[in-house]
Each structure stands twice: as C-alpha cells, then as structure tokens.
Design a protein around this ligand. Structure first.
Ligand code: CTP
Length: 446
C-alpha cells in the first residue's frame, strides 16, 4: 500500500484545496492530511484565519477524500509523522517548490501544480475590507506600531490619520495617503477608528464615532469614569457597533495560556498578584504634563489586567499611592495600587518617571507563576514549586507585541458583530473606576 501525506491550513476550503487533495490521493492508496493547529499557524505568520481548527478539520473530512486527518502542531512534526505512519510520498502545492526537499531523506517529495487564481488569503481579503482611521495627538511610537502591524491583517485598510501633531504628520505621510486634522472628515472616510489620543479626549471622540455608526478600538483606558464608560458601551449596543478597549497583552498567546493554567488550579488557589510596568519618559517642558499620558493611564490598564482577570473586579478596597510631578495635571511619576479582596491581595506598580523590574508574579497555595520582564510582552513564563523538579517552563511565539492579534480580533468582532471576550466590559468598567478614583485625588501622596 502506498501511503501519501499532505499538510495545509485549509481555511475557507476552496476548489484549489480540493483539487490538491484529489491529486495527492491519486498518487497512492491511502491519504493522510495534516491540518495545522491555530498556534502553529500563528508561528508561521498566518494569523487571521476565519475558521477554527475543528471547523477546518470538519471541512477537510467532509470532502470524503482523506483516509485519515491529523493535526500539525509543531515544527519538525513532518519528519515524525512520515516515520510514524510509514509514509511513502509527501505531496504539497507548487508554491512550496524546494522548501520541503529536506524530506527526500525520509520519503519521496512531490510538488503538485497549484491551482491558479484561488487562495484563502484572497477570499479573506475580498470578504470585507474595513477602512480604519487612526486618531492620535502624541504617543507616536504606539501609533507607528499600529500602522505597521495593520499591514499584516487581511481585511483592514488604513483610511487616514487625524492628528494635529507635526511629527506624526511628517512620519505618517510617508505611509498613509490621507492626513487631516478634521476628525469628522476622518470619520466620514472610515468604517472604524483606532483612537490613541490623550485619555481626556476619549469620551467625546468615542461618542462622536459611535454616534456616526463607526466601530471603535481605543487605547486603554476607554474613559476616566465608570459612568462615561457605561454610557459609551450602551451607545455602542444601541448603534450596533463594536467598542473595544485596546490592551495588547490580552491578545498574547502565552498570556492567555497563563490565565488558563492559573484558573485550572496549577498553582493552587491564587492568593497574591504583583504586577509592575515601568518605562522612563522624558519630560522636556511644563507643557508636556498636559500632553503626555501619566503613569497610571499609560500603564495602569495593562498592570491591572491579570489582577482583574484572575481575582475578578469585586475587590473590597483599593489604596493608591503616587509620586506626583505635577499636581495640576495629576501627572504621576510613579503609582502603587494595593487591592484587598475577600480572600486575596494584589498590587500593581506603574511608572513613567521611576524604573523597576517589570515582572509579574502570581502566588498560589501550591506554587507560583513567574513572568520575567517585560511581562506585558508575554511570550515566556514559568510555574515554580517548592520542589524544583516539578517546575515547568512555557514559551509561545509573540509577533508584533500582540498588536497584530488584537487587530485580527477587532476585525473579527466587526465582521461577525460579536463582542470580543479578551477584555470584557466589566473589566473596562473596573479600569475606568480606578482612573476615576485616581483623578478624584483619592490617593496617598509620596
Ligand atoms: N493549494 C493549491 N492551489 C491553491 C491553493 C492552495 O494547490 N489555489 C494547495 C497548497 O499548495 C497546499 C494546500 O493547498 O499544498 C493547502 O494550502 P493552504 O495554505 O491551506 O491554502 P492557501 O489557499 O494557499 O492559503 P493562504 O492563502 O492562507 O496561503
């Protein structure tokens, strides 16, 4: 019996895939098809698949062509599979010519001509194009990353940038055709906006976009009080548009695995969480205090994310201590927040004028989870126990600091009209509550 194996993603199964499977099967008597898992696809740069692994497997099975379907999960698996299943022929489309020649050592490699004129990428791109406009008056570095990362996301095109900042205009005009300082004009040209203006501007800008029926992705915090945040979510619901809070860490694969491991009891009952995020930011003049995000708004939402996602938002008490550089604008060089829960405690430290070790530690009754700095770009963590032999290390590739995956989640939410559950509404509300408490001066000054 001649055994043939082939691999693919098979997203939105199309005619090209079916023809390939038929020809692969015709090369022998038994066809094994490896469908790539979502995680493995991410490491290969395929990030915005429309279908889940199960859906893709079902679609491949439903063609009735394969005799067996397996999942491809890791680099190097092809060699393992060929040996384990006693494969005689490895077949793949001609877009891979030469790439798999190394498998000749294990079996015969056949490149089959690719069907012209059809691909999953093309179907995904044509399905729907969302025109996204960027709104920014500072924070160029983050804006630049979003501009660059959006190139990787099918279904997303940049409609323009609204900014009054000269440095942004200068940089972005090389990458984006339409520049304006008129927000209304940007909204007219867009289906959605990504807002990274100063948090004090968020409420009005989000309201205006939602009222105009545009979807909104906004750099956290959404707003500076829970009332404003609630009003905006209600408006989004009423107008049937998406309002999503942007915290890139929430989209990292490693961060999501870490949450699942803690929730499934790997460290026992979580008792204490410590999260630190700092980055020194130079303040050149008095005016900067008005423009630059303070420490609590720039870092607070990220630092508090694991606390709220693991311990919940129902804390009994939060005490805030800050080192203020400018009282008028409530500009903090450093803030520490201590949360008291019924059965746990947590603390976060954020700074734009104080530097510390940016690590995350989640302590539990059986062991603790440790994420080294910079923990918010999560790609590696360890679970550590009293008996070191039981320690475990985890690594998951993170591309584009999570921004790429975040944009994919936003596009999905817009197309499917579904809320994304990476940062849930109750967490956005709790973040806004913390901002309100800080802005209202309910703090201990250092
Ligand atoms: N294939 C083909 N003809 C096409 C598209 C794909 O023969 N028009 C083959 C590929 O060469 C590969 C298999 O089908 O052997 C699975 O391809 P996959 O990467 O899942 O599909 P694509 O449509 O190429 O996906 P994408 O656009 O995301 O790269």
């Amino acid at each position: 019996m001649v055994k043939v194996i082939t691999y693919g993603t098979y997203d939105l199964l199309h005619y090209g895939h079916i023809r390939l499977l038929e020809r692969a099967k015709a090369l022998g008597d038994y066809l094994i098809v490896g469908v790539t898992s979502d995680d493995y696809d991410k490491t290969r740069g395929k990030i915005n698949l429309q279908q889940s692994l199960m859906e893709r497997i079902e679609a491949v099975k439903a063609t009735g062509i394969p005799d067996e379907v397996i999942v491809e999960e890791y680099e190097g698996q092809k060699i393992d599979d060929i040996q384990r299943y006693n494969v005689d022929i490895f077949a793949v489309g001609s877009d891979w010519v030469g790439y798999f020649d190394y498998l000749n050592e294990y079996c015969k490699v056949v490149y089959l001509p690719r069907t012209e004129g059809v691909s999953s990428t093309e179907i995904r791109t044509h399905e729907r194009q969302i025109k996204i406009g960027f709104v920014s008056d500072g924070e160029e570095r983050v804006l630049n990353k979003f501009i660059d990362e959006s190139q990787y996301v099918n279904g997303l095109t940049i409609s323009g940038i609204c900014s009054s900042s000269n440095s942004i205009k200068k940089y972005a005009s090389e990458k984006v055709d339409f520049m304006t300082s008129d927000y209304e004009e940007l909204l007219k040209n867009s289906d959605a906006v990504y807002i990274i203006s100063h948090p004090r501007m968020h409420f009005e800008q989000i309201k205006q976009a939602l009222t105009a029926g545009k979807h909104v992705l906004v750099e956290a915090p959404i707003a500076l009080t829970e009332e404003e945040c609630k009003t905006l979510f209600e408006l989004a619901d009423k107008n049937n548009v998406v309002l999503m809070e942007s915290i890139k860490t929430a989209y990292s694969t490693a961060y999501n695995r870490l949450l699942l491991l803690v929730k499934s009891g790997k460290i026992g009952r979580p008792v204490s969480i410590d999260a630190t995020c700092t980055s020194i930011r130079s303040i050149e003049s008095e005016k900067d205090y008005d423009k630059i995000w303070n420490s609590i708004s720039a870092w607070g939402p990220t630092a508090v994310l694991p606390i709220f996602q693991i311990l919940g938002t129902n804390y009994q008490f939060a005490s805030i201590s800050s080192l203020l550089l400018d009282k008028k604008h409530m500009f903090d060089a450093f803030t520490k927040v201590d949360f008291i829960y019924n059965n746990a405690v947590a603390s976060l430290k954020v700074g734009r004028g104080v530097k510390s070790e940016g690590e995350l530690i989640i302590s539990g009754t059986k062991g603790y989870l440790y994420v080294p700095a910079p923990w918010w770009k999560t790609d590696y963590f360890e679970i550590r126990y009293e008996n070191q032999e039981n320690n475990k290390r985890y690594f998951y590739q993170l591309d584009g600091e999570g921004i790429r995956y975040e944009l994919v989640a936003f596009v999905k939410a817009v197309i499917q009209g579904k809320k994304s559950n990476y940062v849930s509404q109750d967490i956005s509300l709790a973040i806004a509550k913390l901002m309100r408490q800080y802005q209202a001066g309910e703090i201990h000054e250092l």
